[in-house]
Design a protein around this ligand. Structure first.
Ligand code: NDP
Ligand code: GDR
Length: 380
């Protein structure tokens, strides 16, 4: 029998990859999207079919994790076998500016999903995946971080997610629910939100290469992250819900990379090598050399840059009140129990992201040249 899944946060990066995976596996997929004044379904438009067509298995419902009656109604109407709770205010820096809302959506929102299933008497039918995060580890307690590493969150986001983690575990233990936490380390892709550091960098590389932006301003360049590809990580989410019993798992690559080195890799993709100079707030990166053949093969034009150009500078406005310095995960349990290993290397992912952003900015430049206003632009 084909299964039915309900995905909150379906319009986000992970929601889009997960919906694609579940549809490929034959699921009927219900997604919750928020009402917005502009279309916000870009990432899933390629999956969407008009409801009058045949074999329509993707359905969208308006909703919000802060609205429990809405969630109860949607769970009742859709009767899901699996719920993937991916919806969240997911930006760590923004959570310092909207701490109460973040607690409501990311913390209590998780409770609302669990309660909807419990109140509707579906505890034995519906399996629940909770999008937990390596931000739970926060201040380094152990390297690498695994399921038994103590938590020490460093942001309102991390603190809200720790509530989500424990309430999920508590409902599992209290009511016998199949409710699991995936403790996922950072995962990225060409459809990553534009304000997360990886995508901010790959977009800037593309815009700078095409002469549409002069400089990239970043915050803390010393932080280290364990970055994987979102496509691999949604596969882990699905595997977590297919086991004989519920459990919590770390999902990570086991390798960590400094922000500075991610910058080197992203500029390297277009043949530009960087030299970082100075320290702290005065640190900058200048172009050391350019491999013109590489630049032309990716950007399809002569280099607009020259050695000595300053392309990165630090702007302290991007610093966080409290920082997570180092994340690196140990996914041995996931490998042994779920048979999960990451398929995409960081090199391959950076290359995919930069090349995708170069294409997006080439399209924008073309539209701009022909007098159209575009949304994708950086700085003109
Ligand atoms: P995104 O920010 O790309 O997507 C978040 C999704 O949640 C969007 O669909 C957004 O809707 C939706 N959303 C936000 N607030 C609400 C709300 N109040 N009610 C309903 N929907 C809401 O995040 P990712 O796809 O990257 O991450 C998915 C989940 O995994 C999140 O919970 C995140 O915290 C967690 N996570 C992510 C990691 C990563 O590296 N990507 C690592 C570990 C955990 P809209 O499109 O309208 O904004
Ligand atoms: P993170 O991701 O906070 O790890 O949360 P983000 O890409 O925002 O930051 C990673 C690191 O880069 C440093 N940094 C900058 N970050 C941003 N966004 N912008 C900058 O200009 C910048 N300069 C330096 C940050 O200080 C940080 O150390 C992501 C989210 O997806 C969460 O939802 C998820 O739970 C965790 O990953 C795992």
């Amino acid at each position: 029998m084909a299964k039915t899944a309900l995905v909150t946060g379906i319009t986000g990066q992970d929601g889009a990859y997960l919906a694609e995976l579940l549809l490929q596996k034959g699921y009927t997929v219900h997604g919750i999207k928020r009402r917005a004044s502009l279309f916000n379904t870009d990432r899933i438009d390629h999956l969407y079919k008009d409801r009058h067509e045949k074999d329509v298995r993707l359905h969208l419902h308006y909703g919000d994790l802060t609205d429990s009656t809405n969630l109860i109604r949607i769970v009742q109407e859709t009767q899901p076998d699996e719920i993937y709770n991916l919806a969240a205010m997911s930006h760590v820096k923004v959570s310092f500016e909207t701490p109460e809302y973040t607690a409501n959506a990311d913390g209590i929102g998780t409770l609302r999903i669990l309660e909807a299933v419990r109140l509707l008497g579906m505890t034995q039918k519906t399996r629940i995946y909770q999008a937990s995060t390596s931000e739970l580890y926060g201040l380094v307690q152990e390297i690498p971080q695994k399921e038994t590493t103590p938590f020490y969150p460093r942001s309102p986001y991390g603190v809200a997610k720790i509530y989500g983690f424990w309430i999920t575990k508590n409902y599992r233990e209290s009511y016998g629910m199949y409710a699991c936490n995936g403790i996922l380390f950072n995962h990225e892709s060409p459809i990553r939100g534009e304000t997360f550091v990886t995508r901010k960098i790959t977009r800037a590389v593309a815009a700078i290469a095409l002469g549409m932006q002069k400089k990239l301003y970043l915050g803390n360049l010393n932080a280290k992250r364990d970055w994987g590809h979102a496509r691999d990580y949604v596969d882990a989410m699905w595997r977590i819900l297919q086991q004989p019993g519920p459990d919590d798992y770390v999902i990570a690559t086991g390798k960590t990379t400094e922000i500075r080195d991610f910058c080197r890799m992203a500029f390297g993709e277009i043949g530009v090598s960087l030299d970082f100079r100075g320290a702290e707030e005065k640190e900058v990166a200048v172009v050391a050399s350019i491999d013109e053949a590489r630049f032309e093969s990716i950007v399809k034009s002569k280099p607009s840059l020259k050695a000595g150009d300053e392309v990165i500078a630090v702007d302290p406005q991007y610093y966080r009140p409290a920082e997570v310095d180092l994340l690196v995960g140990d996914a041995t349990k996931a490998k042994e129990k779920l048979g999960w290993t990451p398929q995409c290397t960081l090199d391959q992912m950076v290359s995919e992201m930069v090349q995708s952003d170069v294409k997006l900015f080439q399209r924008d430049r073309l539209l701009h040249v022909h007098g159209h206003k575009v949304l994708e632009s950086a700085e003109w």
